[in-house]
Write a protein that binds this ligand. Structure first.
Ligand SMILES: NC(=O)c1ccc[n+]([C@@H]2O[C@H](COP(=O)([O-])OP(=O)(O)OC[C@H]3O[C@@H](n4cnc5c(N)ncnc54)[C@H](O)[C@@H]3O)[C@@H](O)[C@H]2O)c1
Length: 454
């Protein structure tokens, strides 16, 4: 365990974008708080890059989790930023060895695996947090506080939209890693599990029923423009008007995300070669994608609160927008623009807030959550599984919504959870919605960090 002059130590599983960026960057920026001492990554270049940046010796560089778990515990913490499908199997042995665990979302690719993970986490004595970092962003902390202050009275009907920009949709869910449901998770989990988690955390009450519609409508072969080649680099007749022209997206001045994903070498020549041969140069109409590009989920929460959630891959910017109506007012927000407005009836003029976020890592949520996790460990608090249970609960809501979309039925959430694992589901419910505690298990003080507009 760390002391003021000794950082907590961590092993990283998965030295890709997330491993490298929020987690690796945090350790480099705050060496007194966190130090990576081992890495597990099958891709040699990525493993080497991470190991060199963090000064990890050869003996602590592994290609598989099995190799790691042949060792005794090497660090205080296991950070798992591997791919969605690998999360559970590469994390469970860590509980037996006594690692505290910080796991990327989504927890797993099925509700069965999510509850399996939850059981194992409860059986450990470890702190186990899932990266639902938006809760920790100044923006959503502010929203939470306004709701707790009952500024809009009791919640009654909410609309919430998550919108990866059209080019982000193409990058991640048409050409990229999260394009095939079977290999990863449905987009509702891969992308919108943040939003489902936020809704559960903000409303702090169970869901009664769920139903969902959605389809893959645009990114299909039959919508390909006439004479479009299979790759954008092969002379496409509509490249100037096509919103998804890969050369425009990846060969510009920006060498950071998303261009950084297509090639480890950021030179123009390397990026061009990646488009000529790799997945990101493919015409969006000729990919092997199957995840939906738009979906709606309707939820009825206890207390008759209704929520309409929309996921759209066709918006102009990466953002989340919402209109939350309560019995005494309305709260609206735009996460990307950091703006919140509150109507408190009978006032007809809303009060506006501009939230001060550093803009880095999910509106500041990434570093804030990592810091809070480290703080929890050093404070020697007993593990609190409330936030984990709410996160697990929101995953199950997502899988139930997927079942509803596929079966075209309305799903009763408790019946769905009980069918998977009745005992685990009961524990999830009990821990997720304890009678008296700050909702979501977030024990930090409420923060009102925004500036009220004149
Ligand atoms: N919290 C968030 O907001 C957020 C944002 C984006 C992605 N994610 C999640 O974070 C995780 C990583 O995403 P990413 O964008 O860094 O993807 P990535 O593909 O860039 O990185 C994943 C890395 O894990 C490695 N890996 C795969 N299987 C492994 C295994 N069995 N053992 C060890 N390493 C393995 C891959 O080689 C790759 O380098 C995913 O689960 C993703 O869904 C979370």
């Amino acid at each position: 365990m760390n002391t003021p002059d000794k950082p907590l130590t961590a092993v990283l599983i998965g030295a890709g974008h997330r491993g490298h960026r929020p987690f690796g960057d945090y350790a480099l920026q705050y060496p007194g708080e966190l130090k990576f001492v081992a890495v597990v990554e099958p891709d040699d270049r990525r493993k080497q890059r991470f190991a060199e940046l963090h000064d990890i010796p050869e003996s602590a560089r592994f290609s598989t989790a099995e190799q790691l778990y042949k060792q005794p515990r090497l660090a205080d913490i296991l950070v798992n930023a591997s791919s969605d499908q690998a999360h559970v199997d590469t994390t469970l042995p860590a509980f037996e060895l006594g690692y505290h665990v910080l796991l990327e979302k989504p927890i797993a690719a099925s509700s069965v695996q999510v509850l399996r993970f939850f059981r194992a986490a409860l059986g450990s004595r470890s702190h186990v947090w899932v990266m639902h970092e938006l809760r920790w962003s100044p923006f959503f902390q502010h929203v939470k506080t306004l709701l707790e202050m009952k500024t809009i009275g009791e919640p009654i009907t909410w609309q919430h939209t998550e919108s990866p920009a059209y080019w982000h949709m193409a990058h991640s869910y048409v050409r990229g890693n999260w394009r095939r449901q079977e290999e990863t998770t449905p987009i509702l989990l891969a992308k919108a599990c943040h939003d489902l988690d936020l809704l559960i955390w903000l409303l702090d009450r169970p869901v009664k029923q769920v139903h969902s519609f959605g389809s893959l409508t645009e990114f299909r072969q039959e919508n390909a423009p006439e004479n479009a080649p299979l790759r954008c680099t092969d002379g496409c007749p509509v490249e100037h008007e096509c919103p998804y022209d890969a050369k425009r997206i990846y060969l510009g001045k920006n060498t950071g995300w998303p261009a950084s994903v297509i090639s480890a070498d950021s030179s123009l020549a390397a990026r061009r070669a990646a488009l000529e041969t790799g997945p990101y140069g493919r015409c969006v109409y000729y990919c092997d994608n199957d995840v939906v590009d738009h979906q709606v989920v309707n939820m009825e929460f206890s207390g008759d609160v209704t929520v309409a959630f929309t996921l759209t891959g066709h918006g102009p910017e990466n953002t989340r927008e919402f209109t939350y109506d309560g019995t005494k007012g309305r709260l609206t927000g735009n996460f990307e623009r950091n703006t919140i407005a509150v109507w408190h009836y009978p006032d007809s003029v809303p009060q506006g807030f501009d939230i001060e976020a550093d803009g880095k890592g999910h509106g500041g949520g990434d570093p804030a959550m990592i810091r809070a996790f480290l703080h929890t460990i050093t404070s020697n608090h007993l593990p609190d599984y409330t936030a984990l249970a709410q996160g697990v609960y929101s995953h199950v809501v997502g899988f139930a919504a997927e079942e509803s979309r596929e079966s075209r039925t309305v799903i009763n959430l408790d019946a769905y959870g009980q069918k998977i694992d009745a005992a685990a589901w009961r524990m999830v419910r009990e821990l997720a919605f304890p009678a008296k505690s700050r909702p979501g298990g977030i024990r930090n003080e409420p923060v009102v960090s925004g500036t009220a507009r004149e």
